[in-house]
Every structure is written in C-alpha cells, then in structure tokens.
Design a protein around this ligand. Sequence first.
Ligand code: ZN
Ligand code: ZN
Length: 142
Amino acid sequence: MKLPQTGGCQCGMLRYEITETPRLIYTCHCTDCQRITSSAFSMAFVVTSEAFRLTGAEPRHLQRTTDTGRVATRWVCPECGSWICAAPRSGSAMRTVRAGTLDDTSWLQPTVHFWTRSAQPWVVLPEGGQRFETQPADLRKH
Ligand SMILES: [Zn+2]
Ligand SMILES: [Zn+2]
C-alpha cells in the first residue's frame, strides 16, 4: 500500500486523502450501522487527525443520538449523501473514516469486529481477529 491513499464520495464532489497507515481497521455489526448502510455491517478505519485531509467540497454534517445517548456527527457529501467519516470528537486526535470510500479498498483487512452480538447469523468472521460482543469504551466507533 502506498501513501497517500485517496478516497471520496460516490459523485466525486467530496474528496480526501490519508497520509499514514490506519491504526485500526474494523467492522461494526451494530444495528445502527446495519440501518445506516442498509447492509450487514459497516467497515471503517482510524487515522490520526493530522493524517486526514479533505480535498473537495465541504461535507454536510448530520447528527444522530447513539444507543448510549451520545450525539454523533456524520460527515456526508452534500450532493450524493455518501457517508465519508465521523466529525472529529473534541479531545480526540483520531479520525474514523468509512473504509468503503477509499479509491483502492484491496489492501483493507479488518482485524477488529465490534457488536458481534447483533451480527447477521450468516456472517462468518475471519480467523485471528479480535471480536467484541459490543464495543469497549476506549475503542469508540463512528
Ligand atoms: Zn458526492
Ligand atoms: Zn456500528
């Protein structure tokens, strides 16, 4: 995998680049992710804030309240609505980016799996990864 890696929304207006190897690549099987993505799980990676840079349009900010009562903000393309990443959390030096928005997703290998208790029954997780029934508080999602 070479750096920087680029990515963006479906219509191409919102673009970004990352300049470091992700610290974490994970899948999330929570029911929020299943609903938002209309899929079985979501996939995301975590990089430091300094390693993430928007290079296209300004995202639209969508807020929602999570199961734990926290307000989470998603950055989406104002034109096509693609979910690109989470807003930077106050006090956090990390950014969580939706992995499927990378231009090249071939090198992505999730090693951590969150919210396996609500995983679809047919999902088979790869051997060797870390699995969590829910999500440890120090590994925050979205
Ligand atoms: Zn777009
Ligand atoms: Zn989730």
